[in-house]
Design a protein around this ligand. Structure first.
Ligand code: NAD
Ligand code: ZN
Length: 253
């Protein structure tokens, strides 16, 4: 493997992508930090600075504790996620066009869709903050409606259909992934010529397992991240650096 971040590594990655007829992509919070959304586990991550924040991402705590829900709604109502715009990294991935097999994102910010990645090739494996869902009756709706209720004074707005607890349509700790989404992610890793993992620490399974699936199937694996990841030893090439800058070099469009 060429030295991570070297010119030889950049050239190898650009060459692998240019000659691939299908590319699977896995993204994490690191692709959106340049859009002003902090990650959780990076050096300036929300959980790194405030370990208590991790508790708010737990399903049973959210359902059991009204104070946790009031805090969650107050934070959502002022979250940078709803005003953030895609950056060069999201836009570079959208240039893959028909060569994109599937883009699997662990992000819940909706920025890949905004950047133009087609919805039918996108798997938002941890859900989206742009919708709410009821934990009791399963009703869903646009998050903007729920946030309007919060801004109008409802601290923990109940489901308008059944009176139950509502949350953002994201997968919290203690909830399972949607099995069809996981199956699509694993199939993409096995089938595409190249797996490109960007801005993820590759510590959260089963999604990080895409790297092992691709490597075992003999596919090329390119990892782009600001710091070493847990699976760098499984990669064909590792590029240490910013997601936006690196992607614009290896995917010139
Ligand atoms: P993660 O474990 O995938 O780690 C993010 C990685 O990105 C870190 O290793 C960090 O060093 C790297 N990184 C940060 N900025 C970067 C940049 N500009 N260029 C390249 N790499 C960069 O993700 P996490 O932060 O632990 O978040 C865990 C989960 O929480 C996510 O999978 C997601 O579901 C959710 N989350 C979503 C968002 C979002 O939607 N934007 C943001 C934070 C957390
Ligand atoms: Zn309901």
């Amino acid at each position: 493997m060429p030295e991570p971040g070297s010119t030889a590594a950049l050239d190898l990655a650009a060459g692998l992508l240019a000659s691939a007829s299908s590319v699977a992509v896995l993204t994490g919070a690191g692709i959106s930090t340049d859009s002003g959304i902090p990650d959780f586990r990076g050096p300036n991550g929300v959980w790194t600075r405030d370990p208590a924040a991790e508790a708010r991402s737990n399903f049973s705590t959210y359902v059991a504790d009204p104070q946790v829900r009031r805090d969650a709604w107050r934070i959502r109502a002022s979250s940078e996620m709803f005003s953030a715009l895609p950056n060069e990294g999201h836009r570079s991935l959208a240039t893959l066009g028909d060569r994109l097999h599937t883009l699997v994102t662990q992000n819940i910010d909706g920025l890949h869709l905004l950047a133009g990645t087609p919805a039918d090739r996108l798997v938002e494996i941890h859900g989206t903050v742009h919708r709410w869902e009821c934990v009791d009756c399963g009703a869903r709706g646009p998050m903007s409606e729920a946030l309007e209720r919060v801004r109008a004074g409802e601290e923990d707005p109940p489901c308008e259909f059944c009176g139950g607890i509502i949350k953002s349509a994201t997968i919290l700790f203690g909830q399972s992934l949607v099995s069809a989404d996981l199956a699509r992610a694993e199939r993409a890793a096995a089938e595409a010529d190249v797996l490109l993992a960007v801005g993820t620490s590759l510590t959260v399974y089963p999604v990080a397992g895409m790297v092992d699936i691709a490597a075992r199937a003999g596919r090329s694996v390119i990892i782009v991240n600001a710091e070493p990841t847990a699976l760098d030893h499984r990669a064909t090439v590792v590029l240490l650096g910013s997601a936006a800058g690196t992607l614009s070099e290896i995917l010139p469009g």
